[in-house]
Design a protein around this ligand. Structure first.
Ligand code: MN3
Length: 194
């Protein structure tokens, strides 16, 4: 099931434009949900028939689309209209200061990670409850970090996330993403890992 956006398409203007949000949610995210459903139908058909000739491609598609579905679902919640996203909780701020030195240093690291993704992927802040790390995913499912870490803040740096407004200026898009972070949501996700 495609979760609804938690705000209007134009709620993140001027940082993220309404047309991008509409296409990104209604077409791209919907595509991952449809792809996941199709892959799971194929896996069920393999099990029902005993013919596993299509299983490998279906499992690959399941991993790709389920990761895309999950990360987009977090991404929408990680953003909020300007002025409504709140602040870092005291606990999250303390952990950021311990692991990065300051929120500004986290921002620099996160934006550099987003700029550094080659091709398509995600910049991510991950927590295992004891430590925060910045990392990235290439093409959704290939993570640069091992297990045990949960994404608490993710930013989509596939071109469909920013190209209409920012074209090739991904760094500019990342600066604008930082203006619409829902810190209340990030803080809640962090608290759930502790
Ligand atoms: Mn996307």
């Amino acid at each position: 099931m495609l979760p609804p956006l938690p705000y209007a398409y134009d709620a993140l203007e001027p940082h993220i434009d309404a047309q991008t949000m509409q296409l990104h949610h209604d077409v791209h995210h919907a595509g991952y949900v449809a792809g996941l459903n199709a892959a799971e139908d194929t896996i069920a058909a393999c099990n029902a028939s005993g013919d596993y000739s299509r299983l490998k491609e279906a499992l690959y598609a399941q991993a790709f689309h389920s990761c895309g579905h999950f990360l987009h679902s977090v991404f929408w919640q990680n953003m909020a209209p300007v002025g409504t996203g709140g602040q870092l909780s005291a606990e999250l701020r303390a952990q950021v200061e311990k692991d990065f030195g300051s929120v500004e240093a986290l921002k620099s690291c996160f934006l550099a990670a987003g700029k550094g993704v080659e091709g398509s992927g995600w910049a991510m802040l991950l927590s295992d409850g004891k430590q925060l790390k910045v990392g990235f995913h290439h093409n959704h499912q290939n993570s640069s970090l091992g297990g045990g870490f949960t994404p608490v803040l993710v930013c989509d740096v596939w071109e469909h996330a920013y190209y209409l407004r920012y074209q090739n200026r991904r760094a500019e898009y990342l600066e604008h993403f930082w203006q619409v972070i829902n810190w209340a949501d990030v803080s809640e996700r962090f608290a759930a890992t502790v």
